[in-house]
Write a protein that binds this ligand. Sequence first.
Ligand code: ATP
Ligand code: DNN
Ligand code: MG
Length: 215
Amino acid sequence: MRPVFVTSSGTEIGKTYVSAMLTRELKARALKPLVSGLDEATFAESDPAQLLAAMGEKVTYENAGLVSRWRFREPLSPDMAARREGREINFDELLEECLAAAAMPGPLLIEGVGGLMVPLDATHMVLDWMKALDAKTGLAPVLVVGAYLGTISHTLTTLAVMRAENLLPRVIVVSEREPGPVPVEETAETIARFAGGVPVRALPRGGAVPLAALL
Ligand SMILES: Nc1ncnc2c1ncn2[C@@H]1O[C@H](COP(=O)(O)OP(=O)(O)OP(=O)(O)O)[C@@H](O)[C@H]1O
Ligand SMILES: C[C@H](N)[C@H](N)CCCCCC(=O)O
Ligand SMILES: [Mg+2]
């Protein structure tokens, strides 16, 4: 099975929520190689914590490295967060880490960082990371978007870039972070009308939706 790569139209949208749900459904290993905004005090709510829990691993700060090899304190774009610690993300090492994980048996899920075009270093973005992995192992991209006013254009813009870069998502998941005036089902239906055949699924707040058959 191709590694699943979960990306988004932005940050704090629902990638981890969907990644944890999918990790459980696929009984997959989950990686979130790059995480920023991580500190011990709020670790329980962090991405590595949620993915450790989804894998049935002990949720401890010491175990964060099982999921996230590059961990940064500042809640910033990873290139900026790294710079604040006098570090930088080595793109080749990031690829090696993902390819080594993809070579192991069983399904693998990788969560990106922020949205599709978040910078990782001086020249690479999440998009380049996905393209490089897709060229080596093939990817099953999953695009997670929000259910807020503005999400339709954000989604279709992100989809246009993924289509142009031959990274068409297997599914677009419209994740309802909190109840609001924007109807999640109708939003998903509207996005589907303009998605050129890409399946779209509404994910209500606190809900779950099966995705394995679409990957
Ligand atoms: N469908 C949903 N139901 C309930 N809570 C949700 C849903 N989607 C997102 N959330 C919540 O919204 C918040 C942001 O979601 P999440 O952490 O998954 O975003 P993210 O895209 O992974 O962010 P980052 O870019 O920092 O990795 C979290 O508290 C998450 O639990
Ligand atoms: C800290 C946050 N939750 C993410 N981990 C990083 C999001 C980077 C977003 C960069 C940007 O698109 O402006
Ligand atoms: Mg996340």
